[in-house]
Design a binder for this molecule. Structure first.
Ligand SMILES: Cc1ncc(C[n+]2csc(CCOP(=O)(O)OP(=O)(O)O)c2C)c(N)n1
Ligand code: SF4
Length: 338
């Protein structure tokens, strides 16, 4: 006789910890959507692990009733890679902020993406250092006044999606904290991908950078300021669905569909398996010239890091048999120190 497994609910993934984010922080919405989709993803809490660095966003593992590691600043990718290699059966999530992933963790972030370890990275991008009370981050915009840039930021901001394309990530997506349906869908898509999935979430820090993504969050404006990427569909956007994106030579251009001169077939059709050059071009679409894409930019399948590593180990074991660690220790020149 078989016993049916219990059907899990969002509450089964809620921890008993007091949430210490500021009231109104976008992090709450991401947490709520994650708890909602985890039962649908179907991996039990005891086989799920959240690994974070340091930052407000990185407090996330405390608030989910799974295994978790609140690690060191920028180093979650290294810990997550080690864990996934040792335990490929676990569902591993890296939770990080724009400062954590792109500043101190920039190096680790890039190598995780290029290696294609089978795990999910969710980057909470609020364009500020929240936990340390409002210094500028690698995604802060030029001219932004912050605690550490009282005269305005002079750096050019990093575009996380462009970085991911450059590192040849196999799954790249963007969503918005307040667009809960879209966020839930995107998290599920990330979980379904085999390889590193990278999701940038526009997240509001209402205390130190309020309104950084207001145009993409606000229901009244978001249809005109963002464009939802849908595989196989023409790139159309706007409240009245009367604007589109067309490829003109090596450039993307925005076109008006109102007067009927440009037809739907003339537009760019989104392809999640398109070449990296095109995905890079999409990643450069920024306001006010363009609507900013949300959705899945890229989803392709290649070998994962752990498949390659374990494949290599199996091959060597087949050829040479299992290694003997004790023999290896004793194989070199040894001497005694008196
Ligand atoms: C090695 C090290 N350097 C610096 C810090 C200080 N520090 C803590 S969190 C943080 C940045 C967090 O920003 P972000 O990743 O954007 O996360 P948020 O708090 O905005 O979610 C910094 C610089 C630290 N904890 N450890
Ligand atoms: S400081 Fe900003 S990011 Fe941190 S909890 Fe408060 S609102 Fe959220």
């Amino acid at each position: 006789m078989s016993t049916a497994l219990p059907v899990l609910k969002a509450d089964d993934f809620a921890s008993d910890q007091d949430v210490r984010w500021c009231p109104g922080c976008g992090d709450y919405s991401i947490l709520a959507q994650m708890k909602k989709v985890l039962p649908e993803i179907g991996v039990p809490p005891e086989q799920t692990v959240f690994i974070s660095g340091i930052g407000c966003s990185s407090r996330f593992p405390y608030y989910v009733n799974t295994y978790g590691v609140h690690s060191i600043h920028g180093r979650a990718p290294a810990i997550a890679t080690g864990l996934k290699l040792a335990r490929p059966d676990l569902s591993v999530w890296v939770i990080t902020g724009d400062g954590d992933a792109l500043s101190i963790g920039g190096n680790h972030f890039i190598h995780l993406l290029r290696r294609n370890v089978d795990l999910n990275i969710i980057l909470f991008n609020n364009r500020i250092y929240g936990l340390t009370k409002g210094q500028y981050s690698p995604t802060s915009v030029e001219g932004q006044i912050t605690k550490s840039t009282p005269m305005g930021v002079v750096d050019h901001p990093l575009n996380p999606i462009s970085v991911a394309v450059g590192a040849e990530a196999t799954f790249i997506a963007r969503s918005v904290d307040s667009n809960i349906k879209h966020l839930a869908y995107t998290l599920k898509r990330a979980a379904a991908h085999r390889g590193t999935s990278f999701v940038e979430v526009y997240q509001n820090c209402n205390v130190f950078n309020d309104g950084a993504w207001a145009y993409a969050q606000d229901k009244a404006t978001r249809e005109d300021t963002t464009i939802e990427l849908e595989h196989g569909k023409p790139m159309i956007f706007g409240k009245d669905r009367d604007k589109g994106i067309r490829l003109n030579g090596l450039n993307l251009e925005m076109v008006d569909l109102k007067d009927g001169k440009v037809k739907e077939d003339d537009l760019l059709f989104h392809d999640e398996q398109a070449n990296s050059t095109l995905v890079y071009m999409l990643s450069r679409m920024r306001r006010p010239e363009f609507p900013e894409p949300i959705g899945v930019f890229r989803d392709v399948r290649t070998d994962t890091f752990e498949e390659a590593v374990h494949g290599q180990i199996d091959e060597v074991v087949t050829k040479k048999g299992r290694g003997d660690l004790q023999k290896l220790f004793n194989s070199g020149e040894t001497w005694k120190v008196n």
